[in-house]
Design a binder for this molecule. Structure first.
Ligand code: NAD
Length: 336
């Protein structure tokens, strides 16, 4: 059986990356749309064959409760709206997929987890890279000690942000700057490659506050994690330079992904001793990372399993990011 998804927020990521991927899914289908813009409901409703009764505004969203076509609500709104819509979806009896970052604070994450638990509904965060073949293979190689005992993991993520009026640059909607939006990929990657949780965090920020884009939000942050095994993580986040990279170095070699977490085109090189080669990973769990992510939650619902990237996983990233911000403000190492 294919479970029905309602998409909340018909912006760029929803309409260009997620909605076109339902055709590649085995356990998921698109059955409803939620938007504040009637013309988008009309346009995408026609394109995807969504009947009028399954098109919702934010005002009548809660009536989705009585719609048997919808099993899962997927929230693809600006970050500050994730918590409210997750709680409303859970109260309407629906399972929830929520985009990254899970919310704008760890306190909100806890409310979201509690609301889904109380409603006995699954909660998953849209960490698509965990369903991407190169990242899956990199994690497998790291865990199997293919490059020996890991000493350092590096991950840099950034892009040059444009329009200074967009919600990503308004703290009230984004919760912060590059770290909340793109640096979170570095935070996630350091954690999933390490397979352990950082015990301390330190960071350094640089933002040119004269730049109209950065009146409200930070531009660049470099951060360091210390893991319990002695492994060090070095992360970078930027709104003014371009990076998409992940590398783990061990005492016998290294694993390098560049690009690491993009929508496509991942490349992986591995060096073990003196042998260096490009690695083509085995096929992933779905036709692509997006379909595999959508189908993972459907399968978890169908078989009553916990998603590999559940609310607790989203909360862990928020806690680490709050520590990065605290270190930046207080100019000291934060113990976790
Ligand atoms: P976007 O600006 O393209 O879309 C946001 C949508 O929210 C728009 O349709 C907009 O109309 C709607 N909206 C509702 N209330 C709004 C308000 N007060 N202000 C602004 N917009 C409002 O953004 P996006 O790139 O689609 O990002 C949406 C979410 O998806 C974010 O949480 C982002 O982090 C996440 N995202 C994830 C990935 C990924 O690869 N996993 C990629 C891009 C975005």
């Amino acid at each position: 059986r294919k479970l029905g998804y309602a998409i909340v927020g018909l912006g760029s990521y929803a309409t260009r990356q997620i909605m076109p991927r339902f055709k590649d899914c085995r356990f998921s289908r698109l059955t409803a749309l939620v938007s504040g813009t009637p013309s988008k409901l009309e346009q995408y409703g026609e394109e995807y064959g969504i009947p009028g009764r399954n098109r919702y505004s934010y005002a009548n969203f809660d009536s989705i409760r009585s719609n048997p076509d919808v099993d899962i609500v997927y929230i693809i709104l600006p970050n500050s709206m994730h918590a409210e819509y997750t709680v409303r979806a859970a109260r309407a009896g629906k399972h929830v997929m929520c985009e990254k970052p899970m919310a704008v604070s760890s306190a909100e994450c806890q409310q979201m987890i509690a609301a889904c638990r109380q409603a006995n509904r699954k909660l998953m965060i849209g960490y698509r890279s965990r369903f991407q073949p190169h990242n899956i293979e990199a994690i497998r190689l790291a865990r199997s000690r293919a490059v020996g005992k890991p000493g350092l993991i590096e991950s840099e993520h950034g892009f040059t942000i444009g329009d200074p009026t967009q919600w990503r640059l308004k703290r009230a909607l984004s919760g912060g700057g590059s770290l909340m939006d793109i640096g979170i990929y570095s935070v996630q990657a350091l954690r999933y490659m390490a397979g352990e949780e950082p015990v301390s965090v330190s960071s350094t920020e640089f933002t040119d506050r004269r730049d109209v884009r950065f009146r409200d939000c930070e531009d660049r942050i470099a951060f360091n994690f210390l893991f319990p095994s002695g492994l060090i993580g070095q992360g970078f986040s930027s709104y003014n330079s371009n990076h998409n990279h992940l590398r783990l170095s061990g005492d016998k070699g290294w694993i390098d992904l560049d690009p690491a977490t993009s929508y496509g085109g991942q490349k992986m090189r591995v060096r073990i001793g003196s042998d260096e080669r490009e690695v083509d990973p085995p096929a992933g769990p779905g036709a692509n990372q997006f379909a595999a992510q959508l189908d993972h939650l459907s399968q978890c619902v169908l078989t009553n399993r916990e998603p590999i990237v559940n609310g607790e996983e989203g909360l862990r990233d928020l806690r680490v990011m709050e520590a990065i911000y605290r270190s930046m403000k207080e100019g000291r190492t934060i113990r976790l």
